[in-house]
Design a protein around this ligand. Structure first.
Ligand SMILES: NC(=O)c1ccc[n+]([C@@H]2O[C@H](COP(=O)([O-])OP(=O)(O)OC[C@H]3O[C@@H](n4cnc5c(N)ncnc54)[C@H](O)[C@@H]3O)[C@@H](O)[C@H]2O)c1
Length: 229
């Protein structure tokens, strides 16, 4: 904390960071400021720092260097999925809180490493499953809790994405995302189906289960099984 504000670092200054994280953090300027920007493409980090950075914000191309800065409280991990684990684990080891983009990791093994590092650190950890904060999702949850739907023994969810299948950026790239576009889109809905708590943050345990489900899907697909999502 500096001047009563959380010091935030963002690793990965691409699509989701620019579309959501930077504007959202800037909207909370009374509570936090972005003081460090990291991307393996330096130009992206520099541009973001110019637009959204606090005075004197630093630019990095190596997250390990960024993590040496003791003034940083929170790290947002906005890189492709395969990079979530090493960055998150290193951030916990450096004593930072972590907000990591979804899905938690590309494999169960990576997600387990993240869970272990988080528990050892005693820091806060959440994954970017924002759909649970939607008013429709919260209204449905309230109705369920109030018992208006009786005893629920079966639930089926259907979602329509009006902006088509994401074919841009890293989405369809299995080497970076783990499961490709369908799995990436679907994982949020898996999570919404299993959420039962009232905590304001998405619990890492919930995201871990989602990663296990996705991992099972990826492995079955890799073995040649047909997957219907
Ligand atoms: N919550 C959501 O609805 C939502 C939406 C879109 C994307 N995402 C997630 O956000 C993450 C990023 O997706 P995106 O669309 O922004 O991808 P992107 O490719 O646009 O941005 C990722 C950035 O990370 C950088 N990068 C890669 N490896 C790095 C490393 N080791 N260190 C520092 N920077 C590194 C890349 O250069 C790139 O600029 C993915 O995990 C994706 O699943 C979530």
């Amino acid at each position: 904390m500096k001047n009563g504000k959380l010091q935030v670092a963002v690793v990965g200054c691409g699509g989701i960071a620019n579309q959501k994280h930077f504007p959202a953090l800037t909207n909370q300027a009374d509570k936090c400021e972005i003081t460090a920007f990291c991307d393996i493409i330096e130009e992206r980090a520099r541009k973001a720092a110019e637009k959204y950075g606090a005075e004197g914000a630093k630019v990095y191309t190596d997250y390990q260097e960024l993590l040496k800065d003791e003034s940083i409280d929170v790290v947002h991990v906005c890189t492709p999925n395969v990079a979530h684990c090493p960055i998150t684990v290193a951030a916990f080891e450096a004593g930072k809180h972590v907000m990591c983009e979804k899905p938690m990791a590309a494999t169960t093994e990576d997600a387990q490493k993240m869970m272990d590092a988080w528990k050892k650190s005693g820091k806060k950890f959440t994954i970017g499953y924002q759909n649970r904060f939607r008013t429709d999702a919260q209204a449905l949850k309230r109705i369920c809790e109030e018992g208006k739907l009786g005893d629920i023994y079966f639930a089926k969810a259907h979602a329509v994405r009006r902006r088509a299948v994401p074919t841009w950026g890293v989405f369809p790239d299995k080497s970076k995302q783990g499961g490709g576009s369908p799995a990436d889109k679907e994982c949020k809905q898996w999570l919404e189906a299993i959420i039962e708590d009232k905590e304001p943050l998405v619990k890492p345990e919930q995201a871990f289960v989602v990663t296990q489900i996705l991992d099972t899907i990826y492995k079955a697909a890799a073995e040649g099984h047909e997957i219907a999502l």
